[in-house]
Design a protein around this ligand. Structure first.
Ligand SMILES: Cc1cc2nc3c(=O)[nH]c(=O)nc-3n(C[C@H](O)[C@H](O)[C@H](O)COP(=O)(O)O)c2cc1C
Length: 173
């Protein structure tokens, strides 16, 4: 049993939203390790599956997550993310799937096993800055999107995220 592989959770989080999901997963998975991309262990051979958690950064995964993904070989991978927009939108779903596939392809011999996406509170300072750049006033649609994201991730997001990966990797995951 002692040489069984352990789950590794790699988190890129600027304001803490994605880190909340990472902690929920880490709590739910005995033996798992949670790290930031900068602290990725040298030897990754003892880890599987690997969960990549990140935030939507202008339509991309953060660069540090791309660098981490390059180091993965022969892993079962789950990807999860938070975003300011509506995760139910078709565009958001497509973004999540495409971004996850791109990350998995950065390494070698990895397989994408599942994804999860939810809203994440937008840093007010960032929202103000973007509003100023867009002419100084948030449209009703933008304001509604911001308000909808304000309380996420919430308890249900955390539970759904854990359940999504439990169902993919099984009870012993
Ligand atoms: C620089 C920057 C760019 C962002 N770009 C997008 C975006 O393109 N689409 C979106 O839905 N949310 C975007 N967001 C919102 C974040 O993805 C969202 O708030 C996320 O939950 C932040 O996660 P974190 O707290 O783990 O850093 C952006 C936020 C920042 C700071």
């Amino acid at each position: 049993m002692s040489n069984e592989k352990k789950p590794l959770i790699i988190i890129s989080s600027r304001t803490g939203n994605t880190m909340m999901l990472g902690h929920a997963l880490c709590d739910a998975l005995p033996g798992s390790t949670l790290v930031r991309p900068a602290d990725l262990p040298e030897d990754l051979s003892g880890y599987d599956p690997v969960l990549l958690g990140f935030w939507c950064d202008r339509g991309h995964a953060p660069e540090e997550m791309e660098r981490a993904a390059e180091r993965l070989r022969g892993k079962r991978i789950g990807c999860f993310a938070t975003m300011g927009g509506n995760p139910q939108d078709e565009k958001a779903r497509v973004w999540m799937q495409r971004t996850a596939e791109e990350l998995v392809r950065k390494g070698e011999g990895n397989t994408l096993e599942g994804t999860f996406l939810c809203r994440g509170r937008i840093d007010p300072e960032v929202f103000e800055r973007m509003t100023a750049m867009m002419g100084g006033r948030a449209s009703p649609e933008r304001e509604a999107r911001r308000a909808a994201a304000e309380t996420h991730p919430d308890r249900l997001d955390l539970a759904r995220c854990v359940e999504a990966f439990r169902s993919v990797f099984g009870a012993n995951f």
